[in-house]
Structure formats: structure tokens, C-alpha cells
Design a protein around this ligand. Structure first.
Ligand code: ADP
Ligand code: ADP
Length: 237
């Protein structure tokens, strides 16, 4: 379980980006964070994997506070947290399967990783994940040949190869057309259940959040303004 308690962060003195944010998510659940630009959504996600240091509060992953981690504990925790990005962050000139295999954190610093050598077992797993995101037949294509929606599905497969407890998705559909947005949201929901992981996604689109997320947290000016099951949210929000 992921628990965020009283998270507070200021980039500049007397200008809080986040004030006293608390929420929690159980495995198998998809949480959407909704709010206008500048509300603090990215700051929350970056705190969750400690890309930035927050000022105060707790971030508990299965009971242990990742904020008090030393370096080696943080490395272990980061391995449990996969990332999905708005602009996919793929290596375009590499193949789809190579990009998925790149999701094995820490791998690139090994000798085998530097030469792009992977075991049959690893390749098999990457192919299984590509199958789950509907891209098995694209495994040997270069990522530069894919559509935006296909690239994001590669990004999702890459985030899953390290068997994370949590995936953090920063505006995963902001660059996609409506049809691809539905496909990606549907996949996130389905894989969250299938792998029993925690999925947290920053989104602009309240209608898609209501359709696919289990729970929605609303952020405005760094403050939590609602935290509701998506089915309970009224139409006008
Ligand atoms: P969102 O993701 O909802 O658009 P952000 O988390 O990016 O919001 O930003 C929240 C607030 O923090 C905004 O006022 C933004 O200007 C400020 N902010 C974000 N990143 C930085 C930074 N690196 N330095 C200073 N201020 C920042
Ligand atoms: P099994 O069929 O042996 O019960 P699972 O259903 O647990 O296996 O997993 C099926 C595939 O998904 C395997 O390739 C497995 O390595 C992979 N997998 C399992 N859990 C996760 C996870 N949390 N994230 C990513 N991949 C996973």
C-alpha cells in the first residue's frame, strides 16, 4: 500500500507548491490526480520517487518511509516504482523490445547491459509484456516507426519489466489523440488489476479519469480539494 501523509513542499520560500497533501492507494487500484496547470501534480509524482526532496510529511510504501531512505534503500525503492512519461522517453533508434528491456533498472551499468546482451529469459519476459500491451508483432521495429499511442504502450511495458509495486504516470495521455488515450487508459486499468500494482496518474481529462480510475484526487494551488471514488463524483466537476 502507498500512503502519502501531510506532504509539503516549497521550491521558494513562502510560496508552497504543496501544502499538507494526504492520500492512500491499495494494490490493484488506479488513482488519478486531477488539477489545472501549476496545481502541483508533477511535484507530487516527483516526490513519490524522490526525484525531488519534499520538505515535510511521509511517503510510506508498504509501511516504510521512502523519505528516510539511505542511498541503497532508495535504489531498492526506485526499483519498485516504474515511470511512464508524457513524451514516452524511448530511445527512438532502438527496437521496441530493446526499449522494454531498458526498463531493467541498473542494468545499463552492467557489462552485459552496455553491450545490449540480454538472456533468453529476459527477452521472453519482454515479449510477454509486449503481448499484454498488444505490440508483440512490433518487437523488432524501431520505436521511431511507431505512432504516439504505440510508443506509450511500449513505455508501459518498459515500466512493468522490473515488477514494480507502483507505476507513476506523468500526463500519460496528454500527447495522444482521443482513441489512443482510451486504449492507454484501458490498458493501465487492466494491467493494474492483473499485476495487482498501484497506478498513480496525473491527468487533465476528468472524463477519462472518471471512466478508468478507481479514485480521483483533486489538487488546486497545492492543496487537496477532493479525494473521491470516481463513481461518486458528480457530473459537474
Ligand atoms: P502541475 O504538474 O500541476 O502543472 P507543478 O507540480 O509542475 O504543477 O508545479 C506546482 C507549482 O510549483 C507551480 O507554481 C510551479 O510554478 C512551481 N514549480 C514547479 N517546479 C518548480 C521548480 N523546479 N522551481 C520552482 N518552482 C517550481
Ligand atoms: P504466472 O503465469 O507464472 O502466474 P504471472 O501471471 O505472475 O505469472 O505473470 C505473467 C507474466 O507477467 C510473467 O512474465 C511475469 O514475469 C510478469 N509479471 C508478473 N508480475 C508482474 C508485475 N508486477 N509487473 C510486471 N510484470 C509482471
Amino acid at each position: 500500500m502507498l500512503e502519502v501523509k501531510h506532504l509539503t513542499k516549497s521550491y521558494q520560500k513562502d510560496k508552497p507548491a504543496l501544502t499538507d497533501i494526504s492520500f492512500s492507494v491499495e494494490p490493484g487500484n488506479f488513482l488519478a490526480i486531477i488539477g489545472p496547470s501549476g496545481a502541483g501534480k508533477t511535484t507530487i509524482l516527483r516526490s513519490l520517487n524522490q526525484l525531488i526532496k519534499d520538505d515535510d510529511g511521509q511517503i510510506l510504501l508498504d509501511g516504510s518511509d521512502i523519505r528516510s531512505d539511505n542511498k541503497s534503500q532508495l535504489r531498492k525503492h526506485r526499483r519498485q516504482i516504474g515511470m511512464v512519461f508524457q513524451n514516452y522517453n524511448l530511445v527512438e533508434r532502438l527496437t521496441v523490445i530493446e526499449n522494454v528491456l531498458h526498463g531493467r533498472l541498473g542494468y545499463k551499468s552492467t557489462l552485459a547491459g552496455m553491450f545490449g546482451i540480454y538472456s533468453e529469459e529476459e527477452k521472453k519476459e519482454a515479449l510477454e509484456l509486449l503481448d499484454k500491451v498488444g505490440l508483440k508483432d512490433f518487437a523488432l521495429q524501431r520505436c521511431s516507426e511507431l505512432s504516439g499511442g504505440q510508443k506509450q504502450r511500449v513505455g508501459i511495458a518498459r515500466s512493468l519489466i522490473q515488477h514494480p509495486k507502483v507505476i507513476l504516470c506523468d500526463e500519460p495521455i496528454a500527447s495522444l489523440d482521443p482513441a489512443s488515450s482510451h486504449t492507454v487508459m484501458h490498458l493501465l486499468k487492466q494491467l493494474t488489476i492483473e499485476f495487482n500494482i498501484i497506478c498513480v496518474a496525473n491527468l487533465h481529462q476528468i472524463n477519462l479519469a472518471k471512466k478508468y480510475a478507481d479514485r480521483i484526487v483533486g489538487i488546486r494551488q497545492g492543496k487537496l480539494v477532493f479525494d473521491e471514488e470516481s463513481s461518486m463524483l458528480s457530473e459537474e466537476i
